[in-house]
Design a protein around this ligand. Sequence first.
Ligand SMILES: O=C(O)c1cc(=O)[nH]c(=O)n1[C@@H]1O[C@H](COP(=O)(O)O)[C@@H](O)[C@H]1O
Length: 278
Amino acid sequence: MTRKQLIEQIKLKRSFLCVGLDTDIKKIPSCLLDLEDPIFEFNKRIIEATADLCVAYKPNIAFYESRGAQGWRSLQRTCEIIPKSCLNIADAKRGDIGNTADMYAKTFFSKEVSGLEFDAVTVAPYMGEDSISPFLEYPGKWSVVLALTSNKGSLDFQFLADLSGKRLFEHVIEKVNALGSSEQVMYVVGATRGEYFKDIRRIAPDHFLLVPGIGAQGGSLQEVCAFGMNKECGLLVNATRSIIYASKGSDFAERAREEAQKLQIEMEQELQKIGILI
Ligand SMILES: O=C(O)c1cc(=O)[nH]c(=O)n1[C@@H]1O[C@H](COP(=O)(O)O)[C@@H](O)[C@H]1O
C-alpha cells in the first residue's frame, strides 16, 4: 500500500487506528479452544468485527513464533484474510547484519519464499545501516523503524545525548531519513512519550509515525494528536489488549468492535480538526 493509498483509507474510514493482533492462547475465550486453529478463529472474528473501523492490523510475530509451526500457520492464515484496504504490519522488530537482514526481509515481504506477505515490518535500528537497508529494497513495502519506544526501558539508551545535546532517538531518525523516504519509512514513537512528538516532528515532519501505547499502556490519544499529527494525519495509532481482550466471553468480537469504535470516533474528531475530511 502506497502512502497515497494509506491517506485515502484514513479519509474514507475516518480513522487512523491500527488493531494489534497479539493473540495469546491463554487469553482468548474458552469457547474457541476446541476449534482446530483457535488463534486464527479469534483473529478472524476480530478482523470481521473491526475492519471498517481501522486502517491497519499489526500481528506481533512473537505470539505466533512462540507456538512453532502451528503458530506460523495461524499467522499465514491471518495474513490471508486481512483486507487489502488495511496495511498489514508484521511487528517483528528485526535487526541484524546485512545478509541476515536480507533473509528477514524475504521472510516478511516475499510470499514466494516464505508463504507470508506483509506490507510493512518493524525494524530495530541498533545495528545500523546494513541492518535496515535490505528492507528498503522492496518497492511498495514499508520499514517501520523503532525511534522512541513506549516502554520503561526506552529510558536506558534512547535518551542518551552527545555533546551537542542530540539524543540517540534523534540520531536514529536523522540517519534513517537519509536511507529511505517518507514513502517507505515510518517511525515507531510510543504514545507514552507525548511531550517528545514535537522534537520528532522537527526532524521527521512528513513521515507516518506508528504509535503504540494507548489503552493498556496509558498513553493519551489527544496528546499524541496535538503534538504528533501533520497536515495529512501522519499517524497510525495502535491499540491491542484494550480492543482484542475487551471481553473474555463469547461476546469478545462485539466488545472489540465497541472499543475500536470509541477510538474511531475520537480519531474522526481529530481528523476534522486538520480539515482533511470531506
Ligand atoms: O513496535 C511496536 O509495535 C511497539 C513499540 C513500542 O514502543 N511499544 C509497544 O508496545 N509496541 C507494541 O505495540 C503493542 C502494544 O500493545 P498494547 O499495549 O496491548 O496496546 C505490542 O505488540 C507491543 O509489542
